[in-house]
Design a protein around this ligand. Structure first.
Ligand code: NGO
Length: 524
């Protein structure tokens, strides 16, 4: 009698396992990997016709003990656990794991994949995700998420057949820098909002978040050596609301959160114009020596730092010194746009000196395209937003460009005349217009070899909360992400719009407040 019990429970266990397998992995399965709606579109996809089924007993197996690998595997598990309800343990293994698991590996390097590329092999037995660097695995994970049914993005458990079509994907980006800018100065957004923004953009392989941390209406980062910048200069925002600022601890937390998602934070302190918040906080920064009033309107181009005073450069060294110490990425953005009340003969030496300050801190300066009026220091990057002439001046100096053409990449523009929030000065930007351009042929004289990457910008004069951020960002951002990731010869609006339409269900599962453009065939 005593012998029979364990045997019974073993056979019962087998039956239960069999049931779990057949219930959670039924017969309806996707069979053609090449038909999946992946955004940005990968370089190459081949299909085998069979499929992999993620079951309750699956583990995420990593080869080797590296902390980065563990962190990436943990990130994948966190994405898949809520909807599947599966434990998805992260386990270290020395060899190829057994049936039913997801395997992440950095071994057998493939030079063509570079630092950000990846390869996914999906067989009936195993999903293998391979890359040279953790950033490549992270990008592969974003693709993997999109191969599962949209319900995988839900935050609560969902009974589903978690199937993935079989085949191989090999993928790497066209451009190294694929960014999004968030203006936290015109309206202030909480750390939680910034983190959600990072989650949403990194799902589309955006790898840089440019934070516009200061402007006329507000200073948003604590600077310990100049405390009034945040304490006073952070007090308001457009429309006269209470504003706010990030403490250095909060900023460091954002940087860490972004680093964990392979997103580089690019902090911007805009100068010498767009500086009213600083000028209101410290009288000595003004040409007149008198502090200005705090400002909550939306005019641009009326403020300037006193470019001839030594104290101004002490201020810049201190601010960028503290910011450089908190920023893990290689860039500091110096602004430089619309300095309409700074004389040209003052603007040019100012921008040159500020580049030197940034370089001395071991960082690479980025500035809006106007900075090419002066001598660009080696490694300086110009961000093309409005003047092709300025952008060409940067190219003539051998500088690289970040492409943010306002008529395509400014997602603070309205979609159409009925859009309630947003600006129109750079035109209406429907979803097709944001997608249908090639950075390398947009402007005469600017070729692929001159371009570091692209960046979409969300200025926030008209944007007051996360729902509005999401509305203007989605669905334009996925298209702009594809402009940066996928070679233009592989891109085509008519094909893209169908893939985008299939992402509507994902946006819903992620609770994204998106604009349901009539140009897109949204799948039910
Ligand atoms: C311009 C201006 C910003 C505005 C934005 C609004 C640049 C580089 N400077 O872009 O201050 O907020 O337009 O669309």
């Amino acid at each position: 009698m005593t012998n029979r019990k364990p045997l019974n429970s073993i056979s019962a266990g087998i039956v239960v396992l069999f049931l779990i397998f057949t219930v959670s992995c039924g017969t309806e399965a996707p069979s053609d990997l090449t038909k999946e709606s992946i955004i940005p579109k990968p370089l190459s996809v081949t299909a085998t016709g069979d499929y992999f089924c993620l079951g309750k007993k699956a583990d995420i197996c990593i080869q080797g003990e590296s902390d980065e690998l563990k962190q990436v595997a943990g990130y994948l598990a966190d994405r898949l656990r809520p909807a599947t309800g599966f434990p998805l343990e992260v386990k270290t293994t020395e060899e190829t794991p057994g049936k039913g698991n997801i395997f992440l590996t950095l071994s057998s390097p493939d030079a063509t994949l570079g630092d950000e590329g990846y390869k996914i092999i999906i067989s009936k037995k195993l999903i293998t995700l391979a890359a040279n660097k953790p950033a490549g695995l992270f990008n592969g994970i974003q693709t993997l998420r999109q191969l599962f049914p949209a319900e995988i993005e839900m935050s609560t458990k969902h009974e589903y057949d978690w199937h993935i079509a079989g085949g191989t994907i090999t993928d790497y980006p066209a451009y190294k820098y694929r960014g999004a800018m968030l203006d936290v100065a015109r309206h202030f957004f909480s750390v939680e909002d910034v983190k959600r923004f990072i989650d949403l953009i990194s799902a589309y392989k955006i790898n840089a978040l440019h934070l516009h941390l200061s402007d006329d209406q507000g200073w948003r980062i604590e600077i310990k050596s100049w405390p009034n910048l945040a304490l006073y200069g952070g007090k308001t925002e457009v429309g006269g609301g209470v504003g706010g600022y990030y403490t250095q601890e909060q900023y460091a937390d954002i940087v860490k959160y972004a680093d964990d998602r392979f997103v580089t934070i690019v902090p911007e302190i805009d100068m010498p114009g767009h500086t009213n918040a600083a000028l209101a906080s410290y009288p000595e920064l003004n040409i007149s020596g008198k502090a200005t009033e705090l400002y909550s309107g939306t005019e641009v181009g009326f403020s300037t730092l006193a470019t001839k005073k030594d104290i101004t450069y002490k201020f810049i060294e201190d601010v960028f010194g503290e910011l450089a110490a908190l920023t893990t990425g290689p860039y500091l953005h110096i602004g430089g746009d619309e300095s309409h009340v700074t004389k040209k003969e003052d603007y040019i030496p100012f921008v040159e000196k500020v580049q030197d300050i940034v370089i001395k801190l071991g960082k690479q300066p980025i500035g809006w395209d106007e900075i090419s009026l002066g001598v660009l220091r080696p490694g300086a990057i110009a961000q093309y937003w409005s003047s092709a002439e300025n952008a060409n001046k940067a190219v003539a100096q051998g500088a690289k460009l970040l492409m943010s053409p306002s008529s395509r990449a400014y997602i603070d523009m309205k979609y159409d005349s009925a859009t309630v929030i947003g600006y129109t000065w750079a035109g209406l930007i429907e979803v097709d217009k944001a997608y249908n351009w090639d950075p390398a042929t947009l402007e005469p004289g600017i070729g692929r070899e001159n371009i570091l990457g692209i960046e979409t910008t969300l200025w926030s004069e008209t944007v007051t909360n996360m729902e509005e951020i999401e509305y203007l960002t989605f669905p334009r951002l996925p298209g702009l992400a594809e402009v940066g990731w996928t070679h233009s010869s592989f891109r085509n609006w008519d094909e893209y719009k169908v893939r985008l339409g299939n992402h509507g269900k994902r946006f819903k599962a992620m609770d994204i407040n998106y604009y349901p453009s009539k140009l897109v065939p949204w799948a039910e």
